[in-house]
Design a protein around this ligand. Structure first.
Ligand SMILES: Nc1ncnc2c1ncn2[C@@H]1O[C@H](COP(=O)(O)OP(=O)(O)OP(=O)(O)O)[C@@H](O)[C@H]1O
Ligand SMILES: [Mg+2]
Length: 234
């Protein structure tokens, strides 16, 4: 579904991504793990075309996306939930969700999708008229994910959905990610919480300073001594 081929990305003269290749097959959860500064967010931003590709290509359903505008990429079915829960604080929960459907006009279908989002996130339903800025951090994360779902994505790019959440909420978020995947959405999951990410994903890539240093089925990665030493022993 999504193929990244020999990707190079620069910030000015800084060579942040140095020839990264990976693939996300339809229906799977793929995790991209690595420590601070490895380049995980840079890759997601490049897929969404918030950053330019210097070399290499990004193919979504066989079509190169690197020359498309960011809104076109959303229309194609790629939805990005950035790091740090960007919600519109002055809008209510329901208004935030409606913003997620801005590329669509089919009101009935939008209402159907709202119901689906509230099914995944019952907490949001209880708070649908609350201003997003007054939600807790975990609730804002749920709202950001719910809003991304409102564009009916074929693939969701999740950037550290568990960051800063209490353990119980982390459990809840990972369970919801699995649920969203089971209901048909492919997921590219970026996480520092390698253990949890590998547990719910089918395949994983380990990134270090802009390069993929290991990849494999998640089960296999979890048994790889190098991965255990660097990312799983805490
Ligand atoms: N706007 C920018 N200008 C210059 N360098 C940047 C910029 N954004 C990121 N970088 C650099 O690019 C590298 C990769 O950053 P990136 O944010 O992709 O890492 P990350 O893997 O997402 O890390 P974290 O887990 O901390 O979120 C880092 O060395 C970072 O300092
Ligand atoms: Mg990041």
């Amino acid at each position: 579904m999504l193929k990244v081929e020999n990707l190079h990305v620069y910030y000015g003269v800084i060579h942040a991504i140095k020839g990264v290749s990976f693939e996300v097959k339809k229906g799977t959860i793929v995790s991209l793990i690595g420590s601070n500064g490895a380049g995980k967010s840079t890759i997601l931003k490049t897929i969404s075309n918030l950053l330019d590709v210097t070399e290499g290509d990004i193919l979504f359903l066989g079509q190169s996306t690197k020359k498309l505008e960011a809104h076109k990429i959303v229309e194609m079915g790629i939805s990005h939930v950035p790091e740090g829960r960007r919600v519109f604080p002055g809008l209510t929960v329901i208004e935030n969700l409606q913003m997620g459907a801005y590329t669509r006009k089919d009101k009935e279908e939008i209402d159907k999708d709202l119901k689906k989002v509230f099914h995944h996130f019952p907490r949001l339903l209880e708070r649908k008229n609350q201003l997003a800025g007054t939600l807790s951090g975990g609730e804002q994360q749920m709202l950001a994910m719910g809003r991304a779902l409102m564009s009916r994505p074929k693939i969701m790019l999740l950037d550290e959905p568990s960051m800063g959440l209490a353990p119980l909420l982390v459990d809840e978020i990972f369970k919801i990610i699995e649920e969203i995947n089971k209901s048909g959405t492919t997921i590219l999951l970026v996480e520092q919480n390698a253990n949890r990410a590998l547990h719910i994903s089918n395949y994983g890539y380990v990134l270090e300073t802009g390069k993929v240093i290991a990849e494999g089925p998640s089960k296999q990665l979890m048994e790889d001594p190098k991965v255990i030493e660097a990312y799983l022993s805490a």
